[in-house]
Design a protein around this ligand. Structure first.
Ligand SMILES: C[S@@+](CC[C@H](N)C(=O)[O-])C[C@H]1O[C@@H](n2cnc3c(N)ncnc32)[C@H](O)[C@@H]1O
Length: 183
């Protein structure tokens, strides 16, 4: 896996409404998210998926957004405030080699790792932490941009499987390689 981290200023482009052409968050996420869920989003960036996730979990749900970069989280929190959803979204800054989410162990219904797995330096720890955070039967949606090769994506799936995730089922998301896996 690469260890290149997306520069914070690219966060603005990633959160642009233009990205909805082909990657409409609500329609991608709606089949997997319901009211009251606890969702964990590692590598949330500036919140392109976080804000729609917060809408989908409703007032009784919660979205925990974790990112390495304070500027990404600040952009996400700004968008959450504007949308009036700050009370459902928690922002956490993590370390490169740990999401620091031990307090969530066994409580998360869904994790969304979108375009982040190829950036983490320690994928075994990354998938191990996500696996531990999920409830039994909880799901991980893993999506990578198509600049991540099919071979690299396969290697990523093997690391996830080694951490205990079940067989990957493909999810159709444009300009992405994406699967859903159960804990
Ligand atoms: C390409 S961006 C994708 C952002 C968002 N998921 C999206 O699709 O708009 C990757 C994000 O992952 C974050 N990131 C990179 N390495 C990370 C790590 N080890 N732990 C948590 N976040 C990380 C980056 O700071 C960046 O915000």
């Amino acid at each position: 896996m690469e260890e290149h981290v997306c520069p914070w200023w690219l966060g603005y482009a990633l959160a642009s409404p233009l990205r909805r052409i082909g990657q409409e968050p609500a329609s991608i996420l709606a089949p997997w998210v319901s009211q009251g869920m606890i969702v964990l989003e590692p590598g949330c960036g500036m919140g392109f998926f976080s804000i729609p996730l917060a809408r989908l979990v409703g007032a009784s749900g919660r979205v925990v957004c974790v990112d390495l970069q304070a500027k990404m989280l600040a952009g996400m929190e700004r968008r959450a405030r504007r949308a009036g959803l700050s009370n459902r979204i928690e922002a956490r800054q993590c370390a490169a080699d740990s999401l620091k989410v031990e307090d969530l162990d066994g409580t998360v219904d869904l994790a969304l790792a979108f375009a982040v797995a190829h950036e983490v330096p320690n994928p075994d720890r990354f998938f191990g932490e996500l696996h531990a955070a999920l409830k039994p039967g909880g799901r991980l949606i893993l999506a990578e941009p198509t600049h991540v090769s099919a071979e690299q994506f396969d290697r990523t799936l093997q690391r996830a499987a080694a951490c205990g995730f079940g067989p990957p089922a493909p999810v159709a998301i444009r300009r992405s390689r994406a699967v859903v896996m159960e804990r």
